[in-house]
Design a protein around this ligand. Structure first.
Ligand code: SAM
Ligand code: SF4
Length: 483
């Protein structure tokens, strides 16, 4: 119980606040006030969104409540345009690395919850992490997100050790260049330690912003049972100097319309408190079935594919400079549908069990359910090939993070639309590396075509020759080159 006590002491400060920045009644009031907006109201909001600015809650409520097919199509078109303007037509790739499924919490929807006796628990040893990372690198991964339960087995010093381990693994073809992390909320002191070892994005999903639903999903007496400890974890991250943060909602726990408003209010809170720095990414997983977890089979607020598509577009329109992550929990056809509306990051070649990369090599098959279910189980090469066929650039780029362009610095370039001036050439280089080192024959063919088309778009600009030179150096065997 010492583990819980350590955090309980920290809860007191939050218990003293008479309110937090999520006002459930106000959110419903705003949604209800804008029920059935007119086409003119929707278009007024879209005209503002065209300017690539973060929208206000009343405006987002209008988009959320819009039921008119014609203006919904206009929302999709603008979401696509904004995505191209801010991010260019590149999609960043990553894959998760599950470090531990030991967990002291008891979240109703999760296969890792403590009351789930069907799970055999495991925390990877350093040797096992090395084995997993080698397999990931050999499949072509450059970016990962380390995932942990919340338990004494994975306290912060252990997390730091795992991150150092991941960065230390090198193979003939390279290394993991960016390790993000998805874990439980931490104290400022703990977060400082994570900063020191060089984590990328610090992700914690609020799961649901609705206070009462949160209480029902996360039993009191567990650490996760404390809504505000979680709600303010990105404030603590900023205080610790971890300024690259990822928010998220687990869709299906409560009404999606409320949750989108929750994400917006969280963004506004961070921007107002930390000099304009909002979330670096937003994730929007939908619940998928988990081992022996009846709740996850039929969540009460399951989001339909049509609403899912709409919510992705609304996030892009409302918070235009934030990365949007669509994970392999979604089926490939759903991912294909939502990509154009603003998704900037996807995972591929994903295994979600602890030790699952090594296991899948041995058994050559994926387990059907674990913490949740993976619906897009294609290989990295298959997904890279598909993105190329769509004419976009699969990117493994880590340049911004390694050049220190995070937090305020990142927001400046993102908000002024300069990201793709750095990012497109660097994305091109990482795709070239992928094709040279890992691409199947078919992927190379389509990949080279897309590369050339994109490089030619720079013709006439001073940077064109530099891009050509770097491509030549990569062909000659150099690696990890960037502008
Ligand atoms: N234990 C940490 C926590 O809860 O914040 C982080 C790791 S947890 C393994 C990562 C995320 O998986 C959770 O934040 C939750 O949104 C998601 N998740 C849990 N159960 C899920 C399910 N049945 N389907 C889809 N996603 C799920
Ligand atoms: Fe544990 Fe996270 Fe699963 Fe909750 S969602 S049971 S905290 S791993």
């Amino acid at each position: 119980m010492k583990f819980l006590e350590k955090y309980q002491k920290e809860f007191a400060a939050y218990d003293q606040l008479d309110h937090d920045f999520i006002d459930d009644d106000k959110i419903w009031r705003q949604l209800n006030e804008h029920a059935n907006p007119t086409a003119a109201e929707v278009r007024r909001v879209l005209a503002k969104a065209e300017g690539c600015v973060r929208l206000e809650p009343e405006e987002v409520a209008v988009l959320i409540q819009n039921q008119d097919p014609q203006t919904i199509e206009e929302m999709y078109r603008l979401a696509h345009t904004l995505k191209e303007e801010v991010y260019g037509d590149r999609i960043v790739f990553f894959a998760p690395l599950y470090i531990s499924d030991e967990c002291a919490n008891n979240c109703k929807y999760c296969g890792f919850r403590s009351s789930n006796t069907a799970m055999r628990r495991k925390t990877l040893t350093m040797e096992e992490i090395e084995q997993e990372v080698k397999i990931m690198i050999e499949e072509g991964q450059k970016r990962t997100v380390l995932v942990y339960g919340e338990s004494p087995a994975t306290e912060v010093d252990f997390m730091c050790e795992t991150i150092r381990k991941v960065y230390s693994v090198k193979t003939e073809h390279g290394e993991i260049r960016r390790a993000n992390i998805n874990c439980a909320p931490l104290t400022v002191e703990e977060l400082k330690k994570l900063k020191e070892v060089g984590i990328g994005t610090f992700q914690v999903f609020q799961e649901t912003y609705h206070h009462e639903t949160y209480r029902q999903m996360h039993p009191q007496g567990t650490i996760k049972g404390h809504y505000r400890w979680r709600l303010y974890c990105m404030d603590r991250a900023q205080q610790a100097g971890v300024d690259d943060n990822g928010l998220g909602v687990l869709f299906g726990l409560y009404d999606w319309r409320f949750e989108v408003m929750g994400l917006l209010y969280h963004t506004i809170h961070l921007e107002e408190t930390f000099n304009g720095v909002g979330p670096h990414t937003i994730s929007f997983p939908r619940i998928t079935p988990a081992t022996d977890t009846p709740f996850s089979d039929h969540p009460e607020y399951a989001v339909s594919d049509a609403d899912f598509k709409k919510l992705v577009a609304i996030l892009r329109l409302s918070i235009p400079y934030t990365g949007l992550i669509c994970t392999a929990r979604e089926k490939d056809e759903v991912r294909r549908q939502v990509l154009p509306f603003g998704v900037s990051q996807i995972d591929a070649g994903t295994r979600i069990g602890v030790g699952a990369y090594a296991r899948s090599k041995k058994a050559n098959e994926l387990p059907d359910k674990e913490q949740f279910t993976i619906c897009d189980s294609r290989t990295l090469d298959e997904v890279v090939s598909e993105i190329c066929q769509m004419g976009a650039i699969p990117s493994f780029c880590t340049a911004c993070y390694r050049a220190g362009r995070t937090g305020e610095h990142f927001m400046k370039v993102a908000k002024s639309k300069f990201v793709h001036n750095y990012c497109l050439p660097n994305a091109i280089f990482t795709l070239k590396e992928y094709l040279l080192d890992y691409g199947s024959e078919e992927t190379r063919k389509i990949g080279e075509k897309v590369l050339n088309e994109h490089i030619e778009r720079f013709r006439g600009e001073p940077v064109y020759e530099r891009i050509r030179q770097i491509i030549q150096r990569l062909e000659n065997g150099e690696r990890d080159l960037r502008l």
